[in-house]
Design a protein around this ligand. Structure first.
Ligand SMILES: Cc1cc2nc3c(=O)[nH]c(=O)nc-3n(C[C@H](O)[C@H](O)[C@H](O)COP(=O)(O)OP(=O)(O)OC[C@H]3O[C@@H](n4cnc5c(N)ncnc54)[C@H](O)[C@@H]3O)c2cc1C
Length: 554
């Protein structure tokens, strides 16, 4: 049903099929981890595992990155993750940053929202970048790590035998069929996940009837980057229309089909063009335009109950399907990959118990449920599923014209980092002694800081200091790191547990100290995915060792 038009702004490079050396039709090497699916989530999982030194085979059914129009909005949290994976430069160079948007009801502006963007932030709250570019940039980063990441194009998984200690995958390629044995499989094979089907697993939740038509157009305009939402606009009465700017002069227009409208008819260019023309007229756009893509979208709000099935770990759209409103699909999948990669790496290397993997499912299923509740609210507002919702929306929009205090009800609540406040990995600490700062389970809030390296001091950001290891963020005041903590670090490293102390000096870091409610002697322990898991005002080596052992042996 999706239709590309020429000229499409992107030409995908095509990759040949490949087969590994075989013995009796089976890949000669049993793989510690096979990732199925080369979408944003599969690439992030592979990059994260490689960062921890774990070799990965990635199987992708197609011969190129995705084609056509899919995700465009990438959140600050995703940018932080992608920075750690070494791929952010291209995202920031090519993506269009934006901080807010406006909503209109008929002719009136009813909302002008801003996402948090203060001087503490390194990255914008959101950038717009087409999914084919997102995938290409992640693929480029994966190719830089070809010593650890082997990508096999045109390798489609067609059967799985999932066992207690691993899985055997059957893979079809144009060169022939083979099998590969893996200790662990990451199922990142997207919304129609073959692996989910093959294992008989069911997504649960709601599917909405309302349909949106997506038209990408090239438009000659100097309009700024912001999210525009038009409810019941004069150009398309009764509908909701969303407009977003993408790189390369492309604009995404989403409009809701009317009840009873036939999608096959609606998607025909002769029916799409007049609607876009009248939208552009309403917006005051007079520049030349042409369509480059037309597609249909239907909102789902679904998740698996458990993302682990024996040694198969589901992530991204294979694990959950979120409505596009609030842009949580790819963003939450990237968070899944970030959560999973370090845990799987530590388990594969024998440094942690398999229970750490179970915490992946517990944390990310809870995150999906939170995302679903926001996504569902947004969907019900953007495309009311019943007459009652329609009436409620009309009332809110109508009143918002006159009563600005009601405008927060229209706020689209874009994707943001989720805290694992009830995670089993959080260690019992001295919470009562903290009046502020990130509690265990929370993502480290961003803050500029002065980093002391030997005699020199350089400016940086806190998220720059998080790496593929446990980070001990020690607020030293004017003192050195205590021997007890350095001894702890040495004993972790002797056990081959990745661990590093970051000393935060008092000088130049007043803002950070206040934000983290830190005094000299305060210690935060941070997971490789940037979530705090313990903190103390005063600690001894036993506290730190117990918290780390709890994390790894949970
Ligand atoms: C119109 C639209 C707009 C969207 N906008 C946003 C947005 O702005 N922000 C956002 O965060 N999300 C958005 N999304 C959602 C986003 O596109 C998805 O959540 C994201 O693509 C999920 O990534 P993934 O890697 O899990 O799956 P996919 O991107 O679907 O990748 C799965 C990969 O697995 C491969 N594969 C499938 N089966 C097999 C097999 N058997 N063997 C081997 N390989 C296989 C596929 O070829 C594919 O490359 C949007 C979606 C749509 C449709």
């Amino acid at each position: 049903m999706n239709r590309p038009f020429k000229p499409y702004p992107f030409t995908a490079k095509q990759y040949p099929a490949s087969l590994p050396p075989l013995a009796g039709g089976v890949d000669r090497v049993r793989r510690p981890v096979v990732v199925v699916g080369g979408g944003p989530v599969g690439y992030c999982a592979a990059l994260g595992l490689a960062d921890h030194g774990v070799p990965v085979v990635l199987l992708e059914a197609d011969d190129s990155v995705c084609f056509g129009s899919r995700a465009i909005c990438i959140s600050r949290r995703s940018l932080e993750i992608i920075s750690r994976l070494g791929a952010a430069d291209g995202f920031l160079r090519q993506g269009l940053p934006w901080t807010g948007g406006r909503s209109f009801y008929r002719d009136d502006e009813v909302l002008n929202f801003r996402m948090p963007m203060d001087e503490n932030q390194k990255h914008p709250p959101m950038i717009n970048l087409a999914q084919y570019s997102i995938e290409q940039l992640l693929l480029d980063a994966a190719e830089q790590k070809s010593d650890l990441i082997e990508i096999r194009w045109q390798n489609r998984v067609t059967a799985i035998d999932a066992r207690e200690d691993g899985a055997r995958l059957t893979v079809e390629t144009p060169e022939g069929c083979y099998a590969v044995e893996a200790d662990w499989v990451v199922a990142a094979d997207g919304g129609r996940s073959f692996l989910r089907e093959a294992l008989g697993l069911k997504l649960k939740g709601a599917s909405y009837e309302g349909r949106y038509l997506i038209v990408d157009i090239v438009l000659d305009t100097t309009r700024p980057v912001e999210r525009l939402a038009y409810f019941d606009p004069p150009c398309n009465p009764g509908s909701t229309v969303l407009v977003h700017k993408q790189p390369e002069g492309v604009w995404r227009v989403d409009y809701q089909l009317r009840d009873g409208e036939d999608p096959d008819e609606a998607i025909k260019p002769e029916n799409v063009m007049p609607r876009v023309e009248s939208l552009l007229g309403m917006m005051g756009e007079t520049g030349a335009w042409s369509p480059v893509w037309i597609g249909i979208y239907k909102a789902n709000a679904l998740t698996l109950d458990d993302y682990r099935h024996r040694r198969v770990l589901f992530a991204g759209d294979a694990a959950h399907l979120l409505p596009i409103f609030g842009v949580r699909g790819a963003n939450s999948g990237i968070d899944d990959a970030d959560n999973l990669a370090w845990k799987l790496a530590l388990v594969v290397k024998g440094r942690a118990s398999e229970r750490l993997i179970d915490s992946y499912s517990a944390e990310r299923v809870a995150a999906a449920r939170e995302n679903l509740s926001y996504g569902t609210k947004s969907t019900e507002f953007m495309a009311p599923p019943s007459f009652a919702f329609e009436l409620m929306r009309k009332a809110v929009l109508g009143l918002a014209v006159k009563f600005p205090e009601l405008r927060s009800l229209i706020n689209p609540r874009q994707s943001s980092a989720i805290a694992y406040t009830t995670s089993p990995l959080n260690a019992g600490t001295q919470e009562a002694e903290f009046a502020g700062g990130p509690a265990p389970g929370t993502v480290l809030p961003e803050c500029p800081l002065a980093i002391t390296e030997g005699p020199s001091v350089r400016a940086g950001h806190l998220t720059d200091l998080i790496g593929p290891r446990i980070t001990a963020l020690y607020f030293a005041g004017d003192d050195a790191v205590p021997n007890e903590l350095t001894a702890c670090e040495a004993s972790m490293l002797a056990r081959d547990i990745p661990f590093a102390i970051v000393r935060v000096a008092r000088k130049g870091n007043d803002r950070l100290l206040a934000m983290y409610d830190a005094a000299p002697g305060t210690l935060y322990l941070v997971r490789p995915d940037g979530h705090v898991f313990a903190r103390w005002r005063r600690f001894d080596a036993g506290d730190v060792t117990r918290a780390v052992d709890h994390l790894l042996q949970t």
